[in-house]
Design a protein around this ligand. Structure first.
Ligand code: ADP
Ligand code: MG
Ligand code: MG
Length: 208
């Protein structure tokens, strides 16, 4: 299975819709343990991507580079540089390649690795990485087992949901929520929640 980069505008639309539909919940999370701007940060990025969508072309590596650079300069906040880093590292990994299960798994793993370095964070620190690291692992396992697409999507959505939920009882050690210590317990991490929502939205497009 290869996937055309011509789907990217559909991904952008689906991600925009899921963030809009869950804006109140996510804003409340970032108000509780951050500074309340996570939805507006992401929406600034999505608006910039909307402007780019028609000119992204068919090559995954080139398209992901444009996306990463656009997010770096438009989003602001911790999430902007982290997602920018993800897409730029994925672009590098996919240079000269088609997108298939194996190249996606490799690119996503490299992207998440670059995010870990950029944010000096790992699993269990109550961040978006608690979703993205398990998703990277699930993609690699699916690729190794040559899982059919529907099963791959199901596994990815399942680990993303479990990852987001796992942040509820964690104390944050990175980002603004780390200033709260024990008081951040009981609240989902906003970046983990949006990471999960965006992955579900993309899975929804691929399922159709
Ligand atoms: P800011 O915290 O600068 O206002 P956002 O509100 O857009 O930025 O994003 C906050 C999210 O970024 C957090 O919920 C968390 O998931 C993620 N985050 C913050 N710092 C880090 C880090 N060092 N590594 C990984 N993710 C992080
Ligand atoms: Mg914030
Ligand atoms: Mg902020």
């Amino acid at each position: 299975m290869t996937t055309s980069a011509a789907l990217i505008p559909d991904f952008i639309r689906a991600v925009g819709a899921v963030i809009r539909d869950n804006a109140e919940e996510v804003t409340a999370l970032d108000q509780a343990i951050g500074d309340g701007d996570h939805v507006t940060n992401l929406q600034r990025g999505l608006e910039a991507l909307d402007g780019l969508a028609a000119s992204l072309g068919e090559d995954w590596s080139a398209a992901l580079q444009k996306i990463g650079m656009s997010l770096m300069s438009s989003v602001g906040g911790a999430s902007g540089s982290l997602y920018g880093t993800l897409f730029l590292a994925m672009s590098k990994s996919l240079k000269g390649k088609e997108l298939d299960q194996a190249s996606l798994a490799e690119a996503f793993a490299q992207g998440v690795e670059a995010m870990k370095q950029r944010g000096k964070a790992g699993l269990g620190e109550k961040t978006m990485l608690d979703v993205l690291i398990p998703v990277a692992n699930a993609l690699q396992e699916a690729s190794a087992a040559s899982l059919p697409l529907p099963q791959l999507l199901e596994n990815v959505e399942k680990v993303a949901a479990a990852g987001a939920e796992s942040t509820r009882d964690l104390v944050a050690t990175k980002g603004r929520a780390s200033f709260l210590g024990e008081r951040a317990k009981g609240c989902l991490d906003p970046g983990a929640r949006t990471g999960q929502l965006m992955i579900s939205a993309i899975a929804g497009v691929l399922r159709n």
